[in-house]
Design a protein around this ligand. Structure first.
Ligand code: NAD
Length: 262
């Protein structure tokens, strides 16, 4: 089947489904200029620049023991304040408005689905738009941690409410991202909502994810529905389980699918 046929088939599946859920990852945002982890041009260059893999740099252990390194990597590589929703985010938001999509489950932390207008978004790995003090739980926006006036000499953001830079206890007052780091547990409520959505879906569209990050990728095992669609530039471990595999840029695929469904 050629690409136009596959896109027509995807549109038909979406149109005829009683319940559709989208499960996505970093590849959904590459067309917004945010690199993924596993593509060659992606964040794996971290090894060359910082001497560690992204998994190590974004681990609970590095956050705990080398917070200056953690925040340097995080601020230099995970924050894209100019990124805008791309055609994939925009099409998915429209599907929801049209009643064609029930939920988005994302591994991304960039908030671009909500920026595109999607409402039912389950963020498995949290969001880099939200930050909080590990000691008093005070909430802070992204701008706070990016302002060097709120950070110590190592670039570590310090809570102004429970300590501030002048207080000796400030080591306990780090403002951290509301993001699930490697080595940390996913939020129970979000996982349960994601399982509920996947288990109740008739059509599951998985896109822009290598399906290599667990436990997120393991959620697919809860799918009991009829049709699994995979949209990814490269092969994934679930390709053989899918009824439709589309190898392509997800923004282009979703835009063309959306054009059929208008
Ligand atoms: P990944 O980096 O492991 O895999 C991304 C996949 O998307 C790859 O298989 C790649 O071939 C594919 N891809 C890239 N661009 C694409 C496009 N335009 N169209 C279709 N496919 C495309 O990503 P992952 O599986 O999400 O796992 C990485 C982890 O890193 C996740 O936990 C995620 O939270 C995090 N992460 C998030 C962001 C973000 O928030 N935007 C960015 C990088 C990493």
């Amino acid at each position: 089947m050629d690409m136009p046929d596959k896109i027509r088939q995807l549109a038909e599946l979406i149109r005829n489904s009683a319940g559709t859920v989208f499960f996505g990852g970093a590849g959904v945002s590459t067309e917004s200029g945010i690199p993924d982890f596993r593509s060659e041009s992606g964040l794996y260059s971290a090894q060359r620049v910082y001497g560690h893999s992204p998994e190590e740099l974004l681990s609970h252990a590095v956050f705990e023991h080398e917070p200056a390194l953690f925040f340097r990597y995080y601020k230099e590589n995970l924050i894209y304040t100019d990124a805008k929703p791309n055609a994939a985010h925009i099409a998915l938001a429209r599907f929801e408005r049209q009643g064609l999509l029930q939920a988005i489950i994302t591994q991304n932390i960039d908030g671009l689905h909500q920026a595109a207008g999607s409402r039912n978004v389950l963020e498995l790995h949290g969001s880099n738009l939200r930050h909080y003090c590990v000691r008093c739980n005070a909430k802070y926006p992204l701008e706070y941690i990016m302002d060097s006036a709120n950070c110590d000499g190592g670039g570590i953001p310090i809570c102004a409410k429970c300590g501030g830079l002048a207080v000796p206890l400030r080591g306990n007052c780090i403002v951290r991202p509301d993001v699930v780091l490697y080595g940390e547990n996913l939020d129970d409520a979000v996982v349960h909502a994601a399982i509920h959505a996947i288990a109740g879906a008739e059509l599951l569209i998985v896109g822009g994810t290598s399906l290599a990050v667990y436990p997120a990728a393991g959620l697919l095992q809860y799918f009991r529905g009829g049709t699994l669609v995979l949209i990814n530039k490269t092969a994934t471990p679930y390709d053989s389980a899918a009824q439709l595999v589309i190898r392509g840029a997800i923004g282009e695929v979703m835009a063309q699918t959306g054009a059929i469904l208008t």
